[in-house]
Design a protein around this ligand. Structure first.
Ligand code: NAD
Length: 513
C-alpha cells in the first residue's frame, strides 16, 4: 500500500483567462508513475462547467476572429518565446505526471513548440486564391474564415505535444478553443494556458476543462461547438466521430495503432535493431507511433531477433527524471497489469517468449508502475498479442518469406498509423512506399512523425475523418472556404451607364463567357 499523501486543492479548470474550480465535486487522482504515489487530484468538469467554457469561447470569438492576422501572429510569436523559455519546466511537468524520461519529454515538448512556430506563419497560410476574368468583367476569389468555437480532446501519452497539434493552429486561424486534456496528465496545459495569457491572448480564446466521459459528452452535444479534434484510442475515436457527425460538427478523430517495421535481409541489421529498440520501447511503448510489430523478411529473421534480444535486455529502466535512464514506468498500475496480462496471453497463444519483462521493478521502486521489456518471436496474425494495441514495452516479431508477403501482412491490419521499412534497396523502398496502405511511412526511419509544416495522421482505423492534424491540413480543418464571385457594372463613377457588354441576369443557369 502507498502512504497517503497531503494533497492540496484539485487542479482547476481554465475558463475565461483564469483558474476556475470544477463544480461537479468529482475529482480524479494524478500519479507520479515512478513512485506510484498520488501527487495531486484534478477536478472533473460537469456539463455546466463545459457550458461555461464554451460560453467564454463564444464571447471571445468576435473580437479574436476579427483581429488582424498580424495581431494574431504576434501573440503566437510571444507565446513561442515563452514556451522556449519554459521548455525544460514543461518537460519536467510531463515526466512527473506521465513517467517518460526527461530527454524524451523535452523532445516531445519541442515537437509541440514547432507547431506554434508553424502557426506564427498564419498570414501566409490564410491567403486565398484570386482569378481575374472568370467571365467577362467577373472575378472570383476565395477567403478562409474561422469555423467558430473548436474543441480538442487529447490522450495521456503526450500531455503537451498532442494538445499543441491542435490549439495553436485553430487559434491562429481566428477560432476560440476549449481543450479537454487527459485527466491523467492535467498540469502541462494549465501552465501553457498561463503562458498564452502572458503572451497577450485575450481571455476566453483558450479554455481548458478536465474530466472524463461527462465532460467529453458535454462537448460533443454542445450546440456552440463547431469542430472537434480528438486523439486517443480507436473505440473512443469512432464514438467521437459518429457522435459529432450526428450533431453536425466538423470532426477529425485520430485513433490507436499497431505500427509495423519491415526489415529486409539487405538492411544494416545493427542499425535497424538499434532503431527498433528505441521505437519499440521508448516511452515504454506508450506512443501512437511506437513500432510494436516487426516483420522480419527471409534471412533477416534469426540475426535480427538475436540483436533485438541483446539490446532489449540492456535497456536501463528507472524513474524518468534520473540520469542515464532509457525507459520509465507505465502510466498507471492498472495499465501496467493489463500489459503484463498480454505477456501471459502471448505465452498461452504459443508465441516464443525471448525476453520476459514481467515482475521487473528497479530496486527501491517497487511501488512504481514499472515493467521490463518483453520480446516475442514467431508471432502470427491470429494471435491477440498481434491483433490488439498493447501500448506497452512489448515488441512482437513475425516472419515473412518475401516483401510481397510482408506488405500484404501490413495492409491486412486494420490499424494504419505509421510504418517503416529497413533496406538498402531503393527499388524495394519505392515499392513499399507505393503499395503500403498506411498514413505515415519511414524509410530507414523508425518513427516517421512528420514535422509541423507537414500534416500528421493515419489511415483506416487510425483516423476517422478526412483531414490530418497541423500543417496545411490543420489550417483546412480549422477554416471554411468561402468563394466570392464579383461583377462591377460601372468602371467609371461619373458615366452612370451600365457597361454595354454586361448581360442582364436571366432565368437560365448562369454561364460566364
Ligand atoms: P483514450 O481513448 O482512453 O482517451 C483519450 C481521451 O478520451 C481522454 O481525454 C479521455 O478522458 C477521453 N475518454 C476516455 N474514455 C472515454 C469515453 N468512454 N467517452 C468519452 N471520452 C473518453 O486514450 P488514452 O489511453 O488516453 O491514450 C492512448 C491511446 O491514444 C492509444 O490508443 C494511442 O494509440 C492513442 N494515440 C493516438 C495518437 C494518434 O495520433 N493516432 C496519438 C497519441 C495517442
Amino acid at each position: 500500500m502507498n502512504k497517503p499523501v497531503e494533497i492540496g486543492a484539485a487542479v482547476p479548470l481554465w475558463i475565461a483567462g483564469r483558474a476556475t474550480p470544477a463544480t461537479s465535486g468529482r475529482t480524479g487522482p494524478v500519479h507520479n508513475p515512478a513512485t506510484g504515489e498520488v501527487t495531486k487530484r484534478v477536478g472533473f468538469a460537469s456539463a455546466a462547467d463545459v457550458d461555461a467554457a464554451v460560453r467564454a469561447a463564444q464571447a471571445a470569438l468576435p473580437e479574436w476572429r476579427d483581429a488582424s492576422i498580424l495581431r494574431r501572429a504576434r501573440v503566437m510569436q510571444r507565446f513561442l518565446q515563452l514556451l522556449q523559455e519554459n521548455h525544460k519546466a514543461l518537460a519536467r511537468i510531463v515526466t512527473g505526471e506521465h513517467g517518460k524520461t526527461l530527454p524524451d519529454a523535452t523532445g516531445s515538448v519541442q515537437r509541440g513548440i514547432e507547431v506554434v512556430e508553424f502557426a506564427c506563419g498564419i498570414p501566409h497560410l490564410l491567403k486565398g486564391e484570386h482569378s481575374e476574368n472568370v467571365g467577362t468583367g467577373v472575378d472570383t476569389h476565395t477567403v478562409r474564415q474561422a469555423v467558430g468555437v473548436c474543441a480538442g480532446i487529447t490522450p495521456f501519452n503526450f500531455p503537451a505535444m498532442v494538445p499543441m497539434w491542435m490549439f495553436p493552429v485553430a487559434i491562429a486561424c481566428g477560432n476560440t478553443f476549449v481543450l479537454k486534456v487527459s485527466e491523467k496528465v492535467p498540469s502541462a496545459v494549465m501552465r501553457m494556458a498561463e503562458l498564452f495569457k502572458e503572451a497577450g491572448l485575450p481571455d476566453g480564446v483558450f479554455n481548458v476543462v478536465h474530466g472524463d466521459k461527462e465532460a467529453v459528452d458535454a462537448i460533443l452535444h454542445h450546440p456552440g461547438v463547431a469542430a472537434v479534434s480528438f486523439v486517443g484510442s480507436t473505440p473512443i475515436a469512432r464514438y467521437i466521430y459518429e457522435t459529432c457527425a450526428k450533431n453536425g460538427k466538423r470532426v477529425q478523430a485520430l485513433g490507436g495503432a499497431k505500427n509495423h517495421a519491415v526489415v529486409l535481409p539487405d538492411a544494416d541489421l545493427e542499425f535497424a535493431a538499434d532503431a527498433l529498440i528505441g521505437a519499440g520501447y521508448g516511452s515504454a511503448g506508450e506512443r501512437c507511433m511506437a513500432i510494436s510489430a516487426v516483420v522480419a523478411v527471409g534471412a533477416a529473421g534469426d540475426p535480427l531477433v538475436g540483436l533485438l534480444a541483446e539490446k532489449a535486455r540492456a535497456i536501463r529502466i528507472g524513474p524518468g527524471d534520473a540520469d542515464g535512464i532509457d525507459m520509465g514506468p507505465l502510466i498507471t498500475r492498472e495499465h501496467r497489469d493489463k500489459v503484463a496480462g498480454y505477456v501471459d496471453t502471448g505465452v498461452k497463444e504459443g508465441a516464443k517468449l525471448v525476453v520476459d519483462g514481467r515482475g521487473f521493478a528497479p530496486a527501491g521502486r517497487e511501488s512504481g508502475f514499472f515493467l521490463g521489456t518483453t520480446l516475442f518471436d514467431r508471432v502470427t496474425p491470429k494471435m491477440k498479442i498481434y491483433q490488439d494495441e498493447i501500448f506497452g514495452p512489448v515488441l512482437v516479431v513475425l516472419r515473412a518469406q518475401t516483401i510481397e508477403e510482408a506488405i500484404a501482412l501490413v495492409n491486412a491490419n486494420p490499424y494504419a498509423n505509421g510504418t517503416a521499412i529497413f533496406t538498402e534497396s531503393g527499388g524495394a523502398a519505392r515499392r513499399f512506399e507505393n503499395e503500403i496502405q498506411v498514413g505515415m511511412v519511414g524509410i530507414n526511419v523508425p518513427i516517421p512523425v512528420p514535422v509541423a509544416f507537414y500534416s500528421f495522421g493515419g489511415w483506416k482505423s487510425s483516423l476517422f475523418g478526412d483531414l490530418h492534424v497541423h500543417g496545411v491540413e490543420g489550417v483546412k480543418f480549422y477554416t471554411r472556404t468561402k468563394v466570392v464571385t464579383t461583377r462591377w457594372l460601372r468602371s467609371e463613377p461619373q458615366t452612370g451607364a451600365a457597361q454595354q457588354d454586361t448581360p442582364a441576369p436571366g432565368f437560365h443557369m448562369p454561364t460566364l463567357g
